[in-house]
Ligand binder design. Sequence first.
Ligand SMILES: NC(=O)C[C@H](N)C(=O)O
Length: 490
Amino acid sequence: MDFYQTDLSQLHADLVNKKISATELTKETFDHIEANDDQVKAFLTMNKEAALKKAAEVDAAGIQDDQLTAGVPLAVKDNILTKGLRTTAASKILENFNPVYDATVIEKLNANNFINVGKTNLDEFAMGSSTENSAFFTTHNPWDLTRVPGGSSGGSAAAVAAGDVLGALGTDTGGSIRMPASFNGVVGMKPTYGRVSRWGIIAFGSSFDQVGWLTRTVKDNALLTAMISGNDPHDMTSSVKEVPDWAAQLNDDTNVKGLRIAVPKEYFEGINDDVHDVIKAALDHLESLGAIVDEVSLPHTKYGVPAYYILASSEASSNLQRYDGIRYGFRAKDVKNIEDVYVRSRTEGFGEEVKRRIMLGTFSLSAGFYDAYFNKAAKVRRLMAQDFDNVFKDHDVIVGATGATPAFKIGAEIDDPQTMYMNDVLTVPVNMAGLPAMSVPAGFSAKNGMPVGLQIIGKAFDEQTVYNTGYVFEQTTDVHKKAPKLGGQN
Ligand SMILES: NC(=O)C[C@H](N)C(=O)O
């Protein structure tokens, strides 16, 4: 199956009209994955047997018109709990962990009879921007196998870019959906904080984490995000707001006439020339379609990365206390006493980056340092949210680059955590303020042909305007039609 030739609505119609069966589709999907995944390495766990069994059940029951994802193969990031299917968060500490329940997002998809083809690779506990922090292996960018796919949802983004699936679930704490979407030339939406339940997501930074989709098209993204959104009594931070039918409004490719687009000048500081040129051209294009483009300032942008890494690491240091060598997963061998169980299981079970964050977070929260670090970063968070509020008083969306560079080479930044953290400079402000934001393919670097993403940021719970803007851009350009030539020159 080549998912570049179709979309969710078309595939659903083909399944309902029996042009293809769920079983045939699932088999073709695995043929495609098996032909490329030893190069791309997007998947940590394949779910072939169960997927084919489910497809046969779906075929036997018949595919209903109101079940959009019935019989549709999709992939799931491996920090999302799937009952009975190994879920590792790409960590040795959870290497053999089999969840006893499904995340709410999986329950919702199961209710719609989706086919879970497998679990995708990520940076360990979603900490990283390249998937190089996976305890198992690095995923390769399908556009150039010597480059990273971004992170932390790098496996999900690469699976979509490689044409393995139409959509893959990701999570975004500081850019983990949008940044890999940008690096792989796919669409990635982080919904408003609270839009999607976090129940059954392996917690990293609970006041930031949000689930969303990586897809090939904007419309597929809107359809799939609606399916997983909504209030969940298991997650006290999930919103009771009604979930609009975003996709229903995506039929008009003139939707940006009169749209007030704010372009923060800080989002152009320090970005690569090739990214700059693609983003500038994208903005000119939106302006030519009738949007009103204004330069604005988000003055606290530069504090985003340091503040985020203090706050998210503090939350992580608390969330990761549960991996104690007793309750789940890995336990060190030949331990002498209880303290040894804790210390050695965590020392041997966690990777370098996870340990770095636990130490950074514990330090920031400790007596004597709390005010200077955690508290100060929390104040920065408020200021950054206010920056956005000010701009949104008279603008509909904020637009800029998703990443300051296109995908970098594997190995180029892994020994330099600060450089790696700086990849998030344009994405973390959105998580600090809990806003919705999407990366859509904007074009390709003139230097190396790698994809470049355009980030569209909306007001809280206004995913609609974000989708509208992305849809118009997509429909009036050809960028999303180009597929990578796996292993070849692009
Ligand atoms: N999890 C994320 O959203 C990615 C971010 N680069 C981080 O390492 O925290």
